[in-house]
Design a binder for this molecule. Sequence first.
Ligand code: GTR
Length: 418
Amino acid sequence: MKTLFLGLLLGAFVCAQSPAPFVPNYDEAKVGTYTLPDPLTMNDGSKVTTAQQWRKRRAELLQLFAENVYGRTPTTKSKLRFEEKLRDANALNGLATRREITVHLTAKADGPKMNLMLYVPNKRTGRVPAFLAMNYGGNHAVHADPKITMATAWMRDNKDNGIVNHRATEKSRGVEARRWPIEMIVQRGYGVATFYYGDLFPDHNDGRPNSIIPHLTKDEDWNAIGAWAWGFSRALDYLERDKDIDAKRVAVMGHSRHGKAALWAGAQDERFAIVISNDSGESGAALARRNFGETVWRINTSFPHWFNAKYKTYNDRVNELPVDQHEILALIAPRPLYVASAVEDQWADPRGEFLSALAASPVYKLLGKDGLSAMQMPGIHQPVFSTIGYHIRAGIHDVTNYDWEQFLNFADRHLRQT
Ligand code: GTR
């Protein structure tokens, strides 16, 4: 009895010192029961049955996501200024012209800026469609080309990848190239635009003062995912001005945390022609109400700077969220949307991503599109190319050539010039 008492006492002490480690659920039988909110029911309970009514519901959903998950995007229209810094007409052994453009994000000369890198295929007859994606390690990380200007912004230390004292060194050139088959994309006739996400918000808990946020709003509610999503739209502002790019055919693509930002960007900004989520998982494409892999509690605890304060109040009552992630997918409708999962990326809940895409379909159907045509989760490497596309591939949390091939096939099908 005494030992039991002592044991309990010790247990309580240990608990008070360090919270119990998070044990993710990977058992389909323990996912729990849930009822998804209906994207086609207005806040007042009335049903959405026409495309006109959907416009109103769309506005409601955007507001619900802003208030409960991602934070409110400032409405201040900042005056952007674009400055072409570098042009290499012979990039990729002559396949492409590579340019570097400084995007000044406010009117101030010494204000915040993002560095956009753009590849345009040299073999082209007119304006080209393009993929827009953020990078994790600076523009110089996506290709080993020594002419690419090295990023100078804060980065998470990583000796193996050449990041020392939070700055990139020469060793970091091309470290991300594996995830960026730029030659293949260019050869398929697409441009590629990219920027370092840390230009908008350095990805750490105390990143806010050095982010773009204080330059745009005093609202405490806006956070990193929102800032990254905003960056996507500013890059598109530039692409709209570029004579080589057809800005009406730009696909925004994001992997993992960037996938969450790409979805929020695509939901808000209807200029994006296609939205692609790669392994975006929790608070991205995956349903929040499914207890599988990462949870709302876990993401808010590990990354308190990603979402807004209200989202944290749902940590332990996820069923009370007024939205779920199928509704962020529905906000892309009727535009083509692609959701990609990887079978070993159980943390991101591939089934939850598939079910979410399926649950967005009724909105696509209301708007005269087919939504996701597969009713059952397809097998590995069996991509589905309906207006909502989906695949699950073998392997881990990553972006592979297989993923890009499907994105290109999907874009070919949905962006083909008429
Ligand atoms: C993980 C996080 C995921 C995903 C991932 C990434 O640590 O739990 O939600 O965003 O990082 O961005 O690579």
